[in-house]
Design a protein around this ligand. Structure first.
Ligand code: SF4
Length: 166
């Protein structure tokens, strides 16, 4: 999503939709529901200075909340497993086309993310060599995450075209 501040829910929703479609993602087709979530995102941006997930309790400490800045670190895995992100803002292509029912995604954010004292947080906390790196065999795009994205944001190749990168 663009970093440009906007107070218009509809303008931000439209920008989110353009960004999502351009990167191979889809917003929930329920426009009213999406507007409510965007309103929550904008409230969090006013409150914290960043787009903290509207469905989770942010701390207001940027380092501690980094994994839940929208789109959060858990979106792609939730789309693969459940067909939607935790909030339901993003849905999979199957859900969008009505080929899969929209089901609530359980929280996959590690509980420790909520308990780590701010003084122990560092910029490499989430990497520490434990996050696999995936390479798109079509265009070479690299990403670090538990599983490959459903669709490559660069060339739109599907997840099965990714391989572990060493
Ligand atoms: S759960 Fe959805 S709305 Fe919440 S931060 Fe993740 S991608 Fe954004």
């Amino acid at each position: 999503m663009s970093d440009a501040p906007s107070s218009s829910v509809d303008a931000v929703r439209a920008q989110l939709e353009r960004d999502a479609e351009g990167a191979g993602y889809h917003l929930n087709p329920d426009t009213r529901f999406v507007r409510d979530l965007v309103d929550g995102l904008l409230t969090n941006r006013r409150r914290y200075g960043y787009l903290a997930c509207p469905c989770r309790l942010a701390t207001g400490i940027a380092d501690e909340d980094r994994d839940i800045v929208c789109p959060c670190d858990y979106r792609d895995a939730d789309l693969l497993d459940w067909g939607s992100c935790y909030c339901g803002l993003y849905v999979s292509d199957e859900v969008r086309r009505g080929q899969r029912a929209l089901a609530p995604a359980p929280e996959r954010r590690p509980a420790k993310a909520l308990r780590t004292p701010p003084q122990l947080l560092g910029s490499s906390r989430r990497l520490e060599g434990t996050v696999p790196v995936w390479r798109c065999r079509v265009c070479g795009y690299l990403c670090g995450r538990e599983r490959p994205p459903a669709v490559c944001p660069i060339c739109k190749a599907t997840a099965d075209r990714f391989e572990p990168f060493r």
